[in-house]
Design a protein around this ligand. Structure first.
Ligand code: HPA
Ligand code: ZN
Length: 339
């Protein structure tokens, strides 16, 4: 029997498409493109998916991304992931991608963007999964590089719904990209940023005050600052939390230490997501399930997380209402049962 977590409709809002590259797929693309991976086998690569911090993960993540070369590779990667979303009853997804990681090694911006976008269009037709694409600036690169990426992105406004900020956090504060995000805002894009994953609470303040983000990706370090928590509650600024990612990157030592339950109880618009499911060995359902078990979440908590995933999305209000209604009529918990 499928669990409540599997059955409820939900949205995935914090997902890097390059982070869905399973070792089997990495080898398939490497062979297709005549690239030699520095691992002898699928199992050897899987064993390397073991990290002490964000940077160790990012080094492997960017290295493996190099097997993606043709538009069809980006299509296939996205398509394989959409099939998994369908099995988990995910009905809306907002997908991050790192165009700079690919254009910097000579691929055309269009090869990357069109491949992912074409799969998203097919995913909506085949599975009814709605989707938005969010381009993330790589924060370890310069603001000039982000500006040049924007020049490319404005040519594809029909495909790109928002702009985010990802990659190595410490030493690369949101303030480094203030002017780039002024331009993003002038273009009318939605704005999100990773902040307070490994970096300090001050980066969350900067993301809100300087970049004027609509959501914070991660935001764990907000727990260090009562003023910031108060602001997050007052403005209902969503935090897209990723418990298994936090565990795998040693942001926390145990899922039982994750702040999501405390955040929900404070009235924060907290949501749960998978970040890089292939590398962290945890789907969206796994993230909900392991967190529910470790923190003894009730059905009402899970229901709230699914509600929040729609509320925090960039879907039009009418569609949000429809999805919330569907969730309520079929899955509103009667008693405060645990999962
Ligand atoms: N943090 C920052 N950048 C990233 C991550 C993450 O967890 N995953 C992929 N890019
Ligand atoms: Zn992320």
């Amino acid at each position: 029997m499928k669990s409540y977590i599997e059955l409820i409709p939900k949205a995935e809002l914090h997902l890097h498409i390059e982070g869905t590259l399973e070792p089997e797929l990495a080898f398939r693309f490497a062979e297709r493109n005549g690239i030699k991976l520095p691992y002898a086998s699928v199992d050897a690569l899987r064993e390397a998916y073991n990290f002490k911090n964000l940077q160790e993960f990012l080094d492997l993540y960017h290295a493996c991304s190099q097997v993606l070369v043709q538009e069809q590779d980006f299509y296939d990667l996205t398509w394989e992931y959409l099939k998994k979303l369908h099995e988990q009853n995910v009905c809306h997804v907002e997908i991050f991608y790192d165009s700079q990681s690919h254009t910097d090694r000579g691929l055309a911006f269009e090869t990357v963007t069109n491949g992912i976008h074409r799969a998203l269009v097919d995913g909506e037709k085949e599975f009814g999964i709605s989707s938005y694409l969010i381009l993330c600036f790589l924060r370890h690169l310069s603001e000039e590089a982000a500006m040049a990426t924007l020049d490319q992105a404005v040519q594809h406004k029909d495909k790109i719904h928002g702009i985010g900020l990802a990659s190595s956090e410490i030493g690369h504060p949101p303030s480094k990209f203030e002017r780039a995000f002024d331009r993003v805002r002038a273009e009318g894009w939605h704005i999100v940023a990773h902040a307070g994953e490994e970096g300090p609470k001050e980066y969350i303040w900067e993301a809100i005050d300087l970049l004027k983000v609509e959501r914070i990706d991660h935001g764990n370090r907000s727990m260090d600052d009562p003023e910031l928590l108060k602001l997050l509650v007052e403005r209902q600024i969503p935090l897209t939390l990723c418990p298994i990612s936090n565990l795998e990157l040693c942001v926390i030592n145990d899922i039982a230490d994750h702040p999501v339950k405390k955040m929900l109880d404070m009235g924060i618009m907290a949501t749960i997501h998978s970040d890089d499911p292939a590398y962290f060995k945890g789907s969206l359902v796994d993230n909900y399930s392991r967190t529910a078990k470790a923190l003894d979440l009730s059905k009402a908590d899970i229901y709230r997380l699914a509600q929040n995933s729609f509320k925090a999305s960039f879907l039009p209000e009418a569609r949000k209402m429809e999805l919330l209604e569907e969730l309520a009529t079929q899955y509103q918990p009667r008693a405060d049962k645990t999962c």
